[in-house]
Ligand binder design. Sequence first.
Ligand code: SF4
Length: 474
Amino acid sequence: MESISVFDMLSIGVGPSSSHTLGPWRAALRWLGELKENGQFDQVEGVSVDLFGSLSLTGKGHATDIAVMLGLAGFDPVTFPIENIEREIEYINTEKKLNLNSERKITFVPAVNIVFNRSFLEFHPNGITFHATLANGKTVSESFYSIGGGFVVKEERQQEKIKMEKFAQFPFPIEKGVELLAYCKAEGKSISEIVMENEKSLRTEAEINTGLKDIWEVMLDSMYVGCHTEGTLPGGLNVTRRAFDMNRNLIGDASYSNAEEWIEAIRNTEVKFRQILKWVSCFALSVNEVNASLGRVVTAPTNGSAGVIPAVIMYYLVIENHDADFEDVKKFLLTASEIGSIFKKGATISAAMGGCQAEIGVSSSMAAGALCELSGGIPEQCLMASEIAMEHHLGLTCDPIAGLVQIPCIERNAMGAVKAINACEMALNGDPSKAKVPLDKVVATMWETAKDMTSKYKETSEGGLAVQVNISDC
Ligand code: SF4
């Protein structure tokens, strides 16, 4: 049974896409590592990259080429200063040189050495093949697949096998919701407590706390930055950033100078239903505006859907419970990650496999279940909340205009967050023993729907809004 850590489901990265930016970036780094292991790195004289399927069709809009170059240059997506991206890419474009792993300068012409192929590799729609020409005249090639959420595998799934062995030590192996509920019942624990026990088999409690604090800090920072940055998003659609004005209109003339003071200032604003809707939307929009501008966000479970979970956590902190602190955030993240992993195991979190139901649908489902736990729901109600949230995202297609993670993506995060809150409230008032659709059934339904969906609606920008609306209309 594949087991997945909270730090696999929620990881710090760079926008705009976990599958098309973060995944290819990580694939490039992995490939460099393999070249080193094989003793071939020092012989590399030239490099080229083939992008296939969805990585090619929406690769330009999703900055896949940029991510590949940054990966080949050896930069870490978690720590690389995002303000340096433009300078590094400019250097490669003008000098026609790439500093492989920041160690060896090779000739590299992006327009020639990165090839966008319309064809698909058989194993997965997001295929990427790296080729290295060695000093002895030989060429070595390796293919990777970006399977969503920043996860990268090779066809033989060696990495998966290693991970599965590693995670065999989980005290509570979970593949389905029904198993999770059985553990909660038998142990008398909440979902987050069960997940914590699993995590503790991998790292110390202090390490888990530090890791989750880092994740929350990036989430909060992405909301703060997004709410305080004006202007237009890059890419040519001329999309105006909206979180800035929304935040300013909602917060009035309150004064604050950092994210923590901002939270207090929001807590002091008067909120009625309309303001709550606007705040939640504002938080979600802010993250995805940062994501669309190649900023730093947390993949949750993907970059395109990175705004849903932070927005719902903020809703809890600033609207629902003014005494909430990091302990609540921690529980939220642990619970949300487990629900996301159930979708990853039973269906997919890749839009190239399942459309937007796999991104916004899953993030909304994760947030609904986690919010339910914080709001006092029993585990059965938490999974009921997750089920309701996904049930009303089934069939949601992926059709980003111009291949950019902007329209409909940014607004979709606001809708996913609001739906999560509503699903939570319905579950809190519901009787799980009378629910007709258990979470595991909706996971299976989502996967069947994914398989029935045509490729036009799976992150190819070949259908839906992507063909109805032209970049020239914008
Ligand atoms: S439409 Fe949905 S799945 Fe597709 S890129 Fe946008 S957020 Fe991601």
